[in-house]
Design a protein around this ligand. Structure first.
Ligand code: MSP
Length: 640
């Protein structure tokens, strides 16, 4: 039976970090687990490559959106490979085979009467050419702090309002559709308030899939991206998905919009949406402006990918928020992997070599057998509900029971005692330890895909670890007489301070490399303009100058942007790009005296580097009006 599961399609406006890794590792662990349960599990991850965020990120690097998306999506693919994440299906939303499916679903929704034309009203920053979702009239632009404008444009709308009752019925009849329960309740109360129709096209954006009905409209990113789950398996017998695994901030899109789009198009619905919590860094939200984003790569280099996967799934209750810290990672590694599993493996296998010439003896302790069998059940009960932490705890319950058992039996003493009874006791002790190790290793294989096969090989089991199925996993399966392999430590102890310092160093290095890749310097969040008073010194830091406009032309492909050369009293005129092209013609600007902010960091707009800002007044709903002078004043004069 198939089991098709997905991660979100990650935005390519930023390089992959540990948050993306968290979802993807969890999803792939589920795929491996489901295979052990006998399913043909198919794991999907992909990239969401359209929309203004990507367009703007590309602009900052001077690349075309397509080139930029090529670079970052390749980073994601490389990352998964390095982390032993097997991806069975993928899609990039810029792939033409995806466009086809998006247009198909849109057509179906339209034929079924769920698409209409209407006008969309939202907040827009003229200067940044940016829609500010969720902003109200009068709110500032998060990029530049200027007041956003309320814009109205003709859009295609999806009739989401028609689905309120149908969605509530879905949540009622399939209580598992949204998990965990807290998210389900949130969604239900949101939908109960009634749903509004949703604008699913934009005319101001260029970087998107064109609507099949009217070329100048492109699809709103969410209508586009969600369909990636289907287009990745187009023509196969895999849809509907059995599970969409996502972070909690995008539940509404997956549990409300997505099923409504599918119902409208007459397509089958996914079986389940599971939203996990946020991964925080040392209890703080990771963010670019705080500069505290953690990447998986340094951790992989210093500790190995399995250590990270184990930590994330063991430390954090899946579904709840959890904290990542380097110290906790190394701590868990040493206590659970080095001292726990690693130690059980090396002492057991070494003793079999030492006392029994590397051959598994006969025997087995019934009590430990009961613990092992109930652990096999406990892991399934937990993993079936995605309670990874609980399942892993159960495996460590077995490991510590065996550790205790070995200490009680003291095989090193038995080995020195003469007689049959001591020999049999030693046989049985060694078999018990090795069989518990075999079972623990098999149970852990979805979480330790790199290390579990190594321990397995040292145990000398003939069947491959990938072919182990829960139906056949039970106490007593280890063959007496089996020859074990050479003992090699799988989890060497790691020195905490040294490892943490190494990871932090690498993180700094990689974060600098990636900043170049995405064309960003870590910047502080902009102050809101209406905030409290500032000292005069702060004002004097701003270099305001009189500028004379020497040339002006519209920026190709943009209604808003004007490209100007302005004399500000320096040997070379400044290049300035400003969002004033709807308010002024190039002729009106020529030879005009304006006010320029001369000491801003340069920024790229539509591939042109702007070296200053022109000062204009604007009111909600109005066009910008340039500041100027009544008396004559030379270019370059400072305003104070
Ligand atoms: N492109 C949309 C998703 C479209 S799916 C049809 C998007 N992309 S994203 O790049 O922002 O990725 C968001 C997802 O990344 C989250 O839902 C979660 O799976 C993962 N995470 C990113 N940062 C995370 C944390 N700090 N903590 C946990 N998960 C995080 O949204």
């Amino acid at each position: 039976m198939k089991y098709y599961l997905t991660t979100p399609l990650y935005y390519v406006n930023a390089a992959p970090h540990i948050g993306h890794t968290y979802t993807t590792m969890a999803a792939e662990t589920i795929a491996r687990y489901k295979r052990m349960k006998g399913f043909d599990a198919v794991m999907f991850t992909g990239t969401d490559e359209h929309g203004q965020k990507v367009e703007r990120a590309a602009e900052a690097t001077g690349k075309s959106p397509q080139e930029f998306a090529d670079t970052i999506s390749a980073e994601f693919r490389k990352q998964w490979e390095k982390l032993n994440i097997r991806v069975d299906r993928t899609i990039r939303t810029t792939d033409p085979r995806h466009h086809k499916v998006v247009q198909w679903l849109f057509q179906r929704c339209m034929e079924n009467g769920f698409i209409h034309k209407g006008s969309y009203t939202g907040q827009y920053c003229v200067y940044d050419e940016l829609y500010v979702n969720d902003a109200k009239a009068g709110d500032a632009c998060p990029e530049c702090g200027r007041i956003t404008e309320t814009v109205t444009e003709e859009n295609y709308f999806f009739k989401l309002s028609a689905f309120t009752a149908k969605l509530l019925e879905l949540y009622e009849s399939q209580p598992d559709f949204i998990q965990p329960e807290s998210r389900r309740n949130e969604v239900i109360s949101f939908v109960r308030q009634g749903l509004h129709d949703l604008s699913i096209s934009r005319t101001t954006l260029k970087w998107g899939i064109p609507l099949p009905v009217e070329g100048k409209h492109v699809f709103y990113v969410w209508f586009d991206a969600l369909i990636g789950y289907m287009s990745a398996v187009d023509g196969e017998d895999l849809w509907p998905a059995d599970l969409h695994l996502i972070g909690k901030e995008i539940v509404r899109f997956h549990a409300v919009f997505w099923p409504a789009f599918l119902m409208a198009g007459g397509a089958p619905l996914p079986k389940q949406v599971f939203a996990h919590g946020w991964l925080l860094f040392e209890n703080d939200k990771m963010s670019k402006s705080r500069g505290n984003i953690v990447r998986a790569e340094p951790i992989r280099e210093v500790m190995g990918a399995d250590a990270l996967r184990y930590f994330l799934l063991r430390e954090i209750v899946f579904g709840q928020d959890g904290s990542f810290s380097y110290d906790a990672l190394v701590g868990r590694y040493n206590s659970d992997l080095a001292n726990g599993l690693g130690n059980l493996a090396s002492r057991t296998l070494t003793m079999i070599h030492q006392y029994r010439g590397g051959v598994v003896p006969e025997g087995g302790d019934a009590e430990i057998g009961v613990v092992a069998n109930s652990t096999i059940q406990a892991v399934q009960d937990a993993f079936d509900r995605f309670e990874f932490s609980k399942g892993l705890e159960a495996v460590w319950g077995l490991i510590s029971a065996v550790d205790k058992f070995i200490v009680q039996r003291a095989p090193w003493k038995l080995a020195k005692q003469p007689g049959d009874e001591a020999r049999q006791q030693l046989d049985s002790t060694l078999y018990t330890a090795a069989e518990a190790l075999r079972i623990a290793t098999a149970l852990l294989s979805p979480v330790l895909p790199q290390s579990a096969p190594k321990i397995w090989a040292q145990l000398g089991v003939a069947e491959s670890i990938e072919s182990v199925r829960f139906g056949a996993l039970e106490w007593g399966g280890l063959q007496a007489g089996q020859k074990i392999g050479e003992v090699v430590g799988v989890f060497p102890r790691i020195e905490l301070k040294e490892a943490v310092a190494k990871m932090r160093d690498l993180e700094e290095k990689i974060s600098a490399e990636q900043a170049v890749l995405v064309g960003k310097k870590p910047e502080a969040a902009p102050e809101t303009p209406q905030s409290s008073k500032i000292p005069a010194d702060d004002f004097f830091k701003i270099d305001l100058r009189v500028g004379l406009v020497l040339s002006a032309e519209r920026v190709k492909g943009s209604d808003k942007l004007m490209h100007m050369k302005v004399d500000i009293g320096e040997p070379e005129p400044r290049t300035i790009v400003a969002g004033i092209a709807e308010a002024y013609t190039p002729e009106q600007l020529l030879n005009r005296k304006v006010v320029i902010v001369a000491n801003l960091q340069p920024r790229k707009l539509r591939g042109i580097e702007s070296n200053g800002m022109i000062v204009a007044a604007s009111i909600e709903g109005g066009k910008p009006v340039l500041a100027g002078f009544h008396e004559d004043i030379p270019a370059g004069a400072r305003l104070k």
